[in-house]
Design a protein around this ligand. Sequence first.
Ligand code: GLN
Length: 547
Amino acid sequence: MARYIFITGGVVSSLGKGLASAALGALLQARGFSVRLRKLDPYLNVDPGTMSPFEHGEVFVTNDGAETDLDLGHYERFTGVAARKTDSVSSGRVYSNVLEKERRGDYLGKTIQVIPHVTNEIKDWIAIGDDEVDFMLCEIGGTVGDIEGLPFFEAIRQFSQDRPRGQCVFMHLTLLPYLAASGELKTKPTQHSVKELRSIGLQPDVLVCRSEATIPEKERAKIALFCNVRPEAVIPAYDLKSIYEAPLAYHDVGLDQAVLDAFQISPAPKPELKVWEDVKDRITNTDGEVNVAIVGKYTQLEDAYKSIKEALVHGGMANRVKVNVSWVDAEVFDKGDAAPHLEGFHAILVPGGFGERGTEGKIKAAQFARERKVPYLGICLGMQMAVIEAARNTAKIKHAGSEEFDHEAGGKRFEPVVYHLKEWVQGNYTVTRQAGDDKGGTMRLGAYDATLKEGSRVAEVYGTTSIEERHRHRYEVDVKYRDKLEACGLTFSGMSPDGRLPEIVEWSDHPWFIGVQFHPELKSKPFEPHPLFADFIRAAVESSRLV
Ligand code: GLN
């Protein structure tokens, strides 16, 4: 049976609950324990798949094909444990399961209520995989006091009562605002937040207090007294230069020790922190920098490309350089010239995206990179744009385009070099989709194998010819254009094992131009940078030397 750590937040959102959870997971691993992290989200969407990246940031895709909250990306990047479908659950999913059971008659005529039916459903989720790990870390999205969060708070309260004593620990994150005028840190919002928590029956064992200023011992003691928490379990959390310093920083202020103390695990195994020391060293001691342009659509909200941004940082770590990312809105040069916007960058990345807006600009970015020999990494839509560019400008298929855009416009303007995939093979099964299917979860999602061409650049980069990467898309490059495009020099260097779906393309006579149909960024970790990102940044370093 696992021990459970429930992580909640108060005062304000965006305190870094996900990061604190991930860092704690990494620290427990460093002490030899196995962990799994889980996110419980109060919103009513069944999953974040249909939420706009503008609103909710990136959708993180798991190996088993779930579209989840971006916090699961943090969890994976810090612990290396591959998240599963069952590690992300929203109110929408919970209610939809409960209602489905009600319709089926599973509740045998009972009146269906939040307590116990909804809370039981939540508890069942929490307990999935209970016997697989030493610690299960469950983060509750939102802040205490939110109306929609209540069933989750109630469920974790019940859960801790259902378990033997001492098996569950509650960790609460709050903010200590600093009033510059009086030069004071204020503890009242934290006190109120804990009061709110206690009013629903939850007493935090560990308090993590975000603060811009150093928390004096006196204030720490005061928080402990008023919030009924031990002084050594009041953990300060200061701003960090890099999120990857979090495990060491939290260890230094005693977070993992406080948690283990709360479980009365004594003596606690000593932590082995070499991995994180190396990570910190690679971020701190860099030699040079490179400038990378991300040419996309959701450039106002950096969280929309969270994993890509992190994977670029990891690529920098692999090469010991600092990576400066500039967000370039593709729409700006949809009709104009891309060159003034892209000149001077050492590498260009075109990320994934949906819809037609900005795609002409992305196609121009691919053309610019090809012609000017700038390293280019095209991810998902970024690969499709590179193929369309090649088709239009080298294979002379004048109206090459994607069915995605015709579908939106409701006309037939393009020759579908990229088409709507309606049937594909997953393991032993054939998956089929109809054009009018629901938007939720109808894509090619999750991990799929690909076979790489012997002697290609990607085979060299990966150091193997068989890989597995995560997908999230509806459209696909049509293999029937392969011969035509290869004759122009665009090699189809990665294919699905059955040879039907192009997975990777690369320009053979280019210093570094690779398009991938999948999302390599989702698997990159600071202690294990993804080979494509590591080599992309290596190429960027080379291109920076040419200037
Ligand atoms: N919109 C494209 C598709 O569905 C690309 C998706 C993506 O970039 N993730 O195929």
